[in-house]
Design a protein around this ligand. Structure first.
Ligand code: PMV
Length: 312
């Protein structure tokens, strides 16, 4: 049996603006992950793949699936990439602890874990760059214009500074820092938030471009601070980034409430993370205030809290 895992992720700075060519920063989140398990299937014809994804109640042969289903797509793309069709029949079992449609990179992590497990099992492991570009193809099924940041941070499993169309820059974190990730409990498909921003951009291109520029500057500034370990200065940048996201119309009442709650309980900065309109928010904390912020978030309605350490 071959097992491969891929982490969740959070975007620290730059979501949405990254779709329009500005930089963004994301880090992997090891507390949640997707797992793909490949095993041999006796008594089936060679080249056949059986898929079991209990989380979405899917148990099917690959050849019986719609080729546009994300699981079928990543398996077919991966087999094409390594150009192997005549293999002993396989079972691909997928599980994930990453909440779906919550801004934590669930779809990218599932694709990456499958591509990795399958290619390792067949003796043709791929580089992070190759795995990332396969997962990128699948991300396009979820929304038409993905920036590519999710598949990149998940496949490289490292903090990444990302500009669409450029090679990703993995960078070192000067001093570790702690984030609380809190789920609003509102499922929010990325495609809906991305098309909302698109509509706003079409009706007010200048205003949106200015907001994207501000977000890009924040991301650039933040990269320098994170590399230099100047963590205390990150909080105000997160708050500024949140103001821009709010102006783009992708916050929500519940996200706003969680953000205000975290700040009042002592967090140094807080913002939504990912597509917004629901999903998760992140708060920058230290050891002194983490427990207070975490329980305040729970009282304010966060359905799930994850504490993660950002480090190289
Ligand atoms: O919600 P997520 O984790 O899929 O993040 C989306 C990030 C966006 O910038 C809104 C879209 C993208 O493709 O980068």
């Amino acid at each position: 049996m071959t097992i491969a895992q891929a982490p969740g992720k959070v975007i620290l700075f730059g979501e949405h603006a990254v779709v329009y060519g500005r930089p963004a920063i994301a880090i992997p989140v090891q507390q949640v992950c997707a797992t793909a398990e490949i095993s041999q299937l006796p008594n089936a014809p060679s080249g056949q793949v059986f898929i079991q994804a209990d989380d979405i109640a899917l148990v099917k042969w690959l050849h019986e699936m719609n080729p546009d289903h994300p699981l079928a797509r990543i398996i077919n793309l991966t087999l094409q990439e390594i150009d192997i069709s005549n293999f002993l029949p396989l079972k691909v079992k997928i599980t994930s602890s990453i909440p779906i449609a919550a801004g934590l990179g669930s779809s990218a992590a599932i694709s990456v874990s499958i591509a990795r497990a399958l290619t390792q099992h067949l003796g043709r492991p791929l580089s992070p760059e190759q795995v990332s570009s396969l997962a990128f193809e699948v991300e396009k099924l979820h929304h038409g214009t993905p920036s590519g940041i999710d598949n990149t941070v998940v496949a490289y499993n490292r903090p990444v500074y990302f500009v669409r169309g450029n090679p990703p820059e993995c960078f070192s974190i000067g001093a570790p820092f702690t984030l609380l990730i809190a789920d609003s409990g509102q499922a929010s498909p990325t495609s809906i938030a991305v098309s909302k921003v698109r509509q706003q951009w079409e009706s007010d291109p200048e205003g949106c471009e200015q907001l994207f520029d501000s977000i890009g500057e924040i991301a650039d500034h933040a990269r320098g601070l994170i590399k230099a370990g100047k963590i205390s200065q990150l909080g105000p940048l997160m708050n500024k980034n949140q103001e821009c996201l709010d102006a783009l119309g992708v916050s929500s009442d519940l996200l706003d409430r969680l953000i205000q709650t975290a700040l009042q309980a002592g967090a140094f900065g807080a913002k939504l993370s990912g597509a917004g309109l629901g999903g998760n928010m992140i708060a920058l904390v230290n050891a002194d205030c983490a427990a207070d912020v975490q329980s305040a978030l729970a009282r304010a309605g966060a359905t799930r809290r994850i504490r993660t350490e950002a480090k190289t």
